[in-house]
Design a protein around this ligand. Structure first.
Ligand SMILES: Cc1cc2nc3c(=O)[nH]c(=O)nc-3n(C[C@H](O)[C@H](O)[C@H](O)COP(=O)(O)O)c2cc1C
Length: 186
């Protein structure tokens, strides 16, 4: 597969099968992904991996607790909330990508971009191995309950939670606007 093939064929995966994901593989892919560009070599990222059943249960509980006050959740019957928690707990792995905050807004922006590069590298490398994921930025990633429950420090933020695993069905691609339509030639 060329890089272009991998970029074009990668899809966000939201449903996974039960096949476990090896920790060694995730670490190997991360070791390639961190060769991302990053200004000042600040390498502003770190990772938290939940693969063991108790760890995934913990992540799922924190997610649910964090969103409990959201209007949508309040409308959701208890049974449905439990089903959601079970769905998250059953996913093969969750990788939480954490960034060190910078006081200088310019550096903060650069670092958010660098961490996003690592995430995309990781998504593409994983895709080549048949491993799918969804990059979630749902509201809970900013919740003190969620962050404190994962020992994310006050000078850090979560850039995304990557729910990942192997999958049986590849979603259809959503079309993209051609670059020509977005290009200004000076
Ligand atoms: C920064 C970022 C945040 C995202 N957050 C979510 C999310 O919270 N929930 C979700 O379902 N998808 C999320 N996505 C995935 C997009 O919905 C997905 O990339 C888009 O629909 C295109 O689909 P594709 O990735 O299969 O090409 C996010 C993607 C990015 C880049």
């Amino acid at each position: 597969m060329t890089i272009a093939d991998t970029i074009r064929s990668r899809r966000s995966i939201r449903s996974f099968n039960a096949q476990p994901v090896s920790t060694d593989l995730i670490v190997e892919l991360l070791n390639d992904a961190v060769w991302a560009p990053n200004h000042g070599m600040r390498e502003p990222w770190r990772f938290i991996l939940a693969e063991r059943a108790e760890a995934k249960e913990h992540v799922a509980s924190l997610m649910l607790e964090s969103v409990q006050n959201m209007k949508l959740m309040k409308l959701m019957p208890g049974k449905l909330q439990q089903a959601l928690k079970n769905k998250i707990s059953r996913m093969p792995a969750h990788l939480i990508v954490v960034m060190k905050n910078e006081k200088d807004p310019h550096k903060q922006e650069e670092d958010y971009a660098a961490v996003s590069c690592v995430i995309q590298n990781f998504q593409l490398l994983a895709w080549e191995q048949g491993l799918g994921m969804i990059w979630s930025t749902m509201e809970y990633i900013h919740s003190p309950i969620f962050c404190e429950g994962l020992s994310v420090k006050s000078d850090e933020r979560i850039v995304g939670v990557l729910h990942m695993g192997y999958f049986d069905k590849t979603p259809k691609p959503k079309s993209r606007t051609s670059a020509e339509q977005k290009l200004t030639l000076l």
